[in-house]
Design a protein around this ligand. Structure first.
Ligand code: 6R9
Length: 653
């Protein structure tokens, strides 16, 4: 809407007033105990970021050689801790053992079929050293790229840390992506080796991995070696000379492999994220800054203590699995649960069974999973004792206030602070989140910036937005965990993140900041709806729909409309109600009542599933094409289930 200052901002139609202060007993024991303490730290870092990170970097990572310059900022290229030498695998393993955690469990593994393993820090260290030597025995060297396409087993973490130990750059590809997607990523990175498994378990079935890799390697000329973990005992084809069994390499390898001292800015990994157009972007992270950011943010946001049991349900194929399964928690000395399979196998209570069994205290999952649990019914939760839980996290998408309240009441027993964490592959770690002992929460808001994060919301005219005006979410100062570029494409890096708003990092999301200084993420810039000159955010319309008792999940998109510019089209998944015309009318009225006539959907389409990425994000651009009656185009390599598109088109007929 054009306001007095002439800024075209995004209208907000959602008004969420509930406020949940941290429980007093939680704050009393927390790392950061009050709003005042948080504000003092935030102000201190904002006033002199270099001084803060110089001290923190020096104190919290191991240095083979100290750094001489904290930040070298040649916009948009940052170098952190210049001149220093460290190693992320050393920080996750050797440093923990040196600090007395050798016998502490690093990983509590639960396989989908029910097999379990406890791996201490010392055991993990030995596995990683052996695996690093195995890589060396194949000729893999510092700086070489290695693709990883594995099930969510401890060996996936071993593979990542094994690469990090010798300075090889890993590129983890979600198990389940197509041969085409693997080949594209192998070729873009110029990978010399790939690590995979015969298959992984998914809902009781073997999901073949090696066969897909074989297909991909026909089109991946740079890949010389393929290491194969035997997980399921599936028959596999074998190419002599190229293929190597994991267990054979490990049997021959020594347990002694000192971590290579690496430059702070040595590449640690590449992780591909889909662009809405064009090929996926290989986001590059380097060693020291990323490692420090993952560690600090983990400690701050989860208020981690040495006796916690932490479970992040993310797969390592997603950035969340990099920063909050592997590098963050392990360099903080945490005990981490890893679960291989699906949340509804063999029964819909599998997650709660795991929480009870391992006495999980810190739990981190995604809104897509929370909405599924709500749909499945509370009886699956009620069977289990969840009293060990202390902090509940969410990441990946905005969480609808209705789902937030369910998480708070049904999972958290109204006792656990919820940390709604906003961040991106590009940011390396969490940027916006409540600190659980310090910041009161509001359902649906990621609340406030972490120390070191300076957000600015910018209108279409380039001016900073005022309170409650929605605009582009940007970040004003470099932070240690920020991406260092797009692999092999400097121009695209400058263009995507640094060209639209001069001097600031453009996240690609819209957001507003309310009068209390709380931030509300409003969805991707590309997804904004423009209805009769009003710019509306997807999440607000979706949250209004999800607040109706019949609705499990909803996606809102714009469809071209002669008079209004765009009409509001929504795709709705019901919990169990029948998809009737009466319900359709009722939902339209419900949105009208909740957030106003402007946002009332023109089309409501009932569906059994929505197109999502493997990390659970709704792919609205595909829905936009379907709503407009077009063939879905653009990159679909990250789509979890291709049949969804076909079924959505059928629903139409
Ligand atoms: C960590 C991760 C990044 C995009 C981001 C935004 C969305 C993530 C969110 C959220 C609202 C949150 N997103 N967390 N939106 N609230 N708490 O998800 O990385 O896969 O790169 O996605 O996800 O749109 O820009 P990535």
């Amino acid at each position: 809407m054009a306001d007095a200052k002439g800024i075209r901002s995004i209208d907000t139609v959602m008004h969420e007033e509930r406020l949940f202060p941290p429980p007093a007993e939680f704050s009393a024991k927390a790392r950061i105990k009050s709003l005042e303490e948080y504000e003092a730290l935030w102000n201190q870092v904002a006033a002199d970021p270099v001084a803060y990170w110089e001290k923190t970097g020096r104190d919290e990572l191991h240095w083979f050689e100290p750094f001489t310059q904290t930040l070298d900022w040649q916009e948009p290229f940052a170098k952190w801790f210049v001149g220093g030498k460290t190693n992320a695998s050393y920080n996750c393993l050797d440093k923990q053992i040196a600090e007395g955690r050798g016998d502490k469990p690093a990983i509590l593994f639960e396989g989908e079929p029910g097999d379990t393993r406890t791996i201490t820090y010392t055991e993990l260290y030995k596995l990683v050293c052996k695996f690093a030597n195995a890589l060396k025995s194949l000729g893999v060297e510092q700086g070489d790229r290695v693709s990883i396409y594995m099930p969510m087993t401890p060996e996936l973490v071993v593979a990542m840390l094994g690469c990090a130990r010798i300075g090889a750059v890993h590129s983890v590809i979600f198990g389940g992506f197509s041969a085409e997607a693997i080949a594209d990523r192998n070729n873009d990175a110029g990978a010399v080796a790939i690590i995979t498994a015969d298959a992984g378990w998914r809902r009781g079935k073997a999901l073949p991995l090696k066969a897909t890799v074989d297909e991909a390697l026909k089109k991946s000329p740079t890949v010389k070696h393929c290491i194969v973990l035997q997980r399921v005992n599936e028959a596999v084809e074998w190419t002599e000379g190229r293929d190597h069994w994991w267990r054979h390499l490990m049997a021959d390898a020594s347990e002694d492999c000192p971590a290579t001292p690496l430059d702070s800015e040595a590449p640690l990994f590449i992780l591909y994220t889909s662009g809405s157009t064009g090929k996926p972007k290989g986001i590059l992270h380097t060693t020291a800054g990323y490692n420090l950011w993952a560690k600090k943010t983990f400690e701050w946001v989860f208020d981690h203590r040495d006796d916690d049991v932490y479970w992040c349900t993310a797969d390592c194929g997603w950035i969340t699995g990099h920063s909050y399964v592997t590098y963050g928690p392990l360099s903080a000395g945490a005990t981490c649960v890893i679960y291989e399979g699906a949340p509804d196998y063999p029964e819909k209570d599998r997650f709660w069974e795991i929480v009870e069994k391992y006495k999980v205290s810190l739990f981190y999952t995604a809104p897509t999973a929370i909405r599924a649990f709500i749909k499945w019914g509370d009886e699956h939760v009620e069977k289990h004792d969840l009293s060990s839980l202390r902090v509940l996290g969410t990441v990946g998408e905005g969480i609808n206030p209705q789902a937030w309240m369910w998480y708070h009441e049904t999972i958290g027993g109204e006792r656990c602070p919820i940390v709604d964490t906003w961040w991106q592959t590009e940011t390396g770690g969490i940027m916006m989140s409540p600190l659980p002992g310090a910041i009161a929460t509001k359902p649906g808001s990621c609340t406030k910036p972490l120390p070191g994060v300076i957000p600015k919301i910018i209108g279409e005219d380039g001016e900073e937005c005022g309170p409650d005006q929605g605009g582009m979410f940007t970040i004003a100062h470099p932070w240690p965990g920020m991406l260092r570029g797009i692999w092999g494409d400097e121009e695209r890096y400058k263009d995507v993140y640094w060209s639209k708003v001069p001097g600031k990092y453009l996240a690609g999301d819209n957001s507003r900041c309310d009068r209390d200084g709380y931030y509300w993420i409003m969805g991707r810039i590309d997804d904004v709806l423009n209805v009769s000159g009003h710019r509306l955010s997807t999440i607000e319309i979706e949250s209004a729909l999800v607040s109706h008792p019949a609705v499990a999940e909803a996606a809102a998109v714009g469809r071209p409309h002669e008079l209004k510019g765009e009409a509001v089209a929504v795709f709705v998944m019901l919990k169990s109600a029948a998809p009737t015309e009466a319900l359709r009318q009722e939902l339209k009225q419900h949105v009208r009542k909740e957030i106003g006539a402007l946002a009332q959907p023109d089309d409501i389409r009932f569906t059994n599933s929505l197109p999502k990425t493997r990390s659970g994000k709704i792919m609205r651009r595909l829905l936009r094409d379907i709503a407009a009656g077009k063939e879905a185009v653009g990159d679909t390599s990250t789509l979890e289930d291709y049949s969804v598109l076909a079924s959505l088109r059928q629903d139409e007929e």
